[in-house]
Design a protein around this ligand. Structure first.
Ligand SMILES: NC(=O)C1=CN([C@@H]2O[C@H](COP(=O)(O)OP(=O)(O)OC[C@H]3O[C@@H](n4cnc5c(N)ncnc54)[C@H](OP(=O)(O)O)[C@@H]3O)[C@@H](O)[C@H]2O)C=CC1
Ligand SMILES: Cc1cn([C@H]2C[C@H](O)[C@@H](COP(=O)(O)OP(=O)(O)O[C@H]3O[C@@H](C)C(=O)[C@@H](O)[C@H]3O)O2)c(=O)[nH]c1=O
Length: 307
């Protein structure tokens, strides 16, 4: 546990009057975006402890127990997940271990330590066979193992402990780890034809905006528990998303739209998972960026990192 970082420049032992937030899965794209934005909590009464998978493996109940005993957190943010959608078809057990049992372990200790649990879920819990933006009342019916494991995680948390906020989000991208934008960032510069499906519709979401939302929720105090849908504004196909990246490099003539049948994958994807965000907007008066606005910013960061 020695390597667990204490942020905000002070050690937690000197901050006994401050409440603690524990983040699980801190090296993922959401985890990294949370780390970059701790300044948003700097004037608040919280200190934040980031743990990576080597420090706390959420599938190991004893490791989860130890971190809760050590910090007795006011909030736990679960940014840890198994997110390899295609691989999950052959590694179903692993996906369920992290996304269901891991969520169960977290909720169990949240309950024991009266910790508010902030958990992240996905648009892939839905079947996606309608074309009406999805509200939180829509019944999930996942079409792949990743989606099924995430839905199982949601249900486990709901059964164990009511003091949870489950944020379903969609199509996360950022400068960190692997994601669709980063794949397109490489392909767009290869000067070869790239074919991308144009009949799967959703909303890309910058992980930095999700990180900001999470800190806003914590700062709000007494945020109502339950499930919320959050994405950036706007609607896109994966082709539209790719187009913005290719346009940045002026190589959009190399991009071709195709139907899903022309890009077979081990895991099926839902066709339509645009969220209705009315519920979160009613709780927090804030403006949400359009997904397109965030793309040049991330591509600039990526191109600077390469030079
Ligand atoms: N990526 C996306 O497009 C979307 C993601 N989501 C959800 O958002 C959340 C954040 O996703 P994202 O940041 O993209 O995920 P990433 O795949 O970028 O990161 C996941 C993190 O979880 C960690 N992890 C995996 N297994 C364990 C474990 N057993 N114990 C502890 N940590 C573990 C990984 O560790 P390590 O660093 O060792 O690999 C990694 O740091 C997840 O709940 C995901 O399901 C929702 C919609 C879209
Ligand atoms: C790389 C590539 C993908 N595609 C298709 C495959 C797929 O249908 C779609 C998206 O591709 P990816 O596999 O990169 O994205 P995928 O991993 O399916 O993204 C999902 O990840 C999980 C974690 C989530 O929770 C979801 O919200 C969503 O973001 O684009 C193409 O058509 N052409 C291509 O060149």
């Amino acid at each position: 546990m020695e390597s667990i970082n204490n942020y905000l420049g002070v050690s937690t032992s000197r901050l006994s009057s401050k409440k603690t937030i524990v983040v699980l899965g801190a090296n993922g794209q959401l985890g990294r975006c949370l780390q970059d934005r701790t300044f948003l909590l700097a004037s608040s009464n919280y200190t934040i402890v980031f743990t990576n998978s080597a420090e706390v493996d959420i599938t190991d109940e004893q490791q989860v127990k130890r971190i809760f005993e050590k910090y007795q957190p006011a909030y736990c943010i679960n940014a840890a997940a198994y997110t390899a959608v295609d691989k999950a078809e052959e590694e179903k057990e692993k996906a369920f271990a992290v996304n269901e049992s891991g969520a169960k372990n977290m909720a169990t200790y949240c309950k024991k330590f009266h910790t508010i649990c902030i958990h992240i879920s996905t648009d892939f819990v839905f079947k996606g066979n309608t074309c009406i933006p999805l509200t939180e009342d829509e019944v999930p019916a996942p079409v792949n193992s990743y989606g099924a494991s995430k839905y199982a995680g949601e249900k486990a948390i709901q059964q164990i402990y009511p003091k949870h906020i489950i944020l379903r989000t969609s199509w996360l991208f950022s400068e960190y780890r692997s994601n669709f934008l980063k794949t397109m960032n490489l392909l767009a510069r290869e000067k070869k034809v790239t074919k991308v499906v144009s009949d799967q519709i959703g909303t890309p979401t910058y992980a930095g905006d999700l990180a900001e939302l999470i800190f806003k929720i914590i700062e709000t105090e007494k945020f109502p528990f339950g499930i919320y849908h959050f994405s950036n504004e706007g609607v896109a196909s994966w082709y539209d998303f790719a187009y913005e990246v290719f346009k940045f490099y002026k190589t959009e003539k190399n991009l071709q739209p195709i139907p899903s049948e022309a890009y077979p994958t081990p895991a099926k994807r839902p066709h339509f998972t645009v969220f209705n965000k009315r519920k979160i907007k009613q709780q927090l008066q804030f403006s949400i960026a359009h997904w397109r606005e965030n793309i040049p910013h991330v591509l600039e960061i990526l191109s600077k990192a390469k030079t």
